[in-house]
Design a protein around this ligand. Structure first.
Ligand code: 4G1
Length: 252
């Protein structure tokens, strides 16, 4: 998959895109990510990329002209890219949307900064807007990195075959079960006995129950769209009887 990132702060991406799984995927050629500095496309004398808002008000607005220039240069390197602006008005990023984007050959990601982007650039240079959530950011760069991280996991080969994205408990819409590693006893706290039993059927059952327990406790909203078996529903009923209700827990 090819990704072009249009930004006025390309250096923000360097460590994130070079480390760990994304770095490995780029070395393997599974992800071809390039950064394009919008400033390089400014026609203005001092290579400005922003100006005061018409109508007044605080802050600066990104100029349409360098965005058009950068977008056309990126597009010249591609066949039929999906052009995305990361912004707070967009459709919310989800696992489902990430999976869909991972099927694209080519993406162009436009990152806004300052108070935003001249609306005419958005109207003429992008296909859609995507948001990573409801909070205020100083720029779209972190959102673009979140999107790339999330999408890359669904690009075939990016995760090793042992770590397929469907293997994770979150893929059926539940939270993950608790994980433990060595030592078996750490500061007097033992690892749950079942995990040392070697009984893989019991381990699988215990993990499923713990996923259900964690989800019911911390993110009950996720249960509405989770993929549940009849057995899961029975387990949840049992947990309701035995687990403390949320408002009686001493950690709140
Ligand atoms: C109004 C949030 C403004 C923000 C309402 C999620 C946020 C990009 C995102 C803002 C941005 C809300 C995102 C706000 C984002 C221009 C530059 C827009 C930064 C900018 C809830 C500032 N997902 N925010 N405005 O944060 O780009 O992708």
């Amino acid at each position: 998959m090819k990704i072009e990132i249009l930004t006025v702060f390309p250096e923000m991406f360097d460590s994130v895109l070079s480390a760990s799984i994304l770095g490995r995927a780029r070395e393997q050629g599974l992800l071809e990510i390039s950064l394009r500095n919008i400033r390089d496309y400014s026609d203005r004398k001092h290579k400005n990329t922003d100006d005061y808002p018409f109508g007044g008000g605080a802050g600066m607005v990104m100029l349409a002209q360098p965005i058009r220039g950068a977008m056309e240069a990126a597009r010249a390197q591609m066949r039929s890219p999906r052009r995305i602006y990361l912004g707070p008005r967009g459709k919310k990023l989800s696992t489902a949307l990430a999976r869909e984007l991972a099927r694209e050959e080519e993406l162009i990601l436009l990152c806004g900064h300052y108070e935003g982007v001249d609306q005419r650039a958005l109207d003429t240079c992008v296909d859609e807007e995507i948001s990573i959530g409801d909070y205020i950011l100083t720029g779209g760069e972190l959102a673009a990195m979140v999107l790339i991280d999330c999408v890359a996991r669904f690009v075939p080969g990016v995760l090793g075959s042992a770590e397929s994205p469907e293997e994770e408990s979150f893929s059926d819409g539940l939270l993950e079960y608790p994980q433990y590693t060595r030592p078996r006893d750490w500061e007097g706290i033992p690892v749950p006995e079942v995990l040392l039993s070697g009984d893989h059927a019991r381990i699988r059952e215990w993990r499923r129950q713990e996923s259900l327990r964690a989800t019911a406790r911390w993110r009950p909203d996720l249960l509405e769209s989770a993929v549940l078996t009849d057995r899961d529903r029975k387990t949840l009923k049992e947990l309701e009887k035995h687990d403390e209700p949320e408002d009686e827990r001493d950690d709140e």
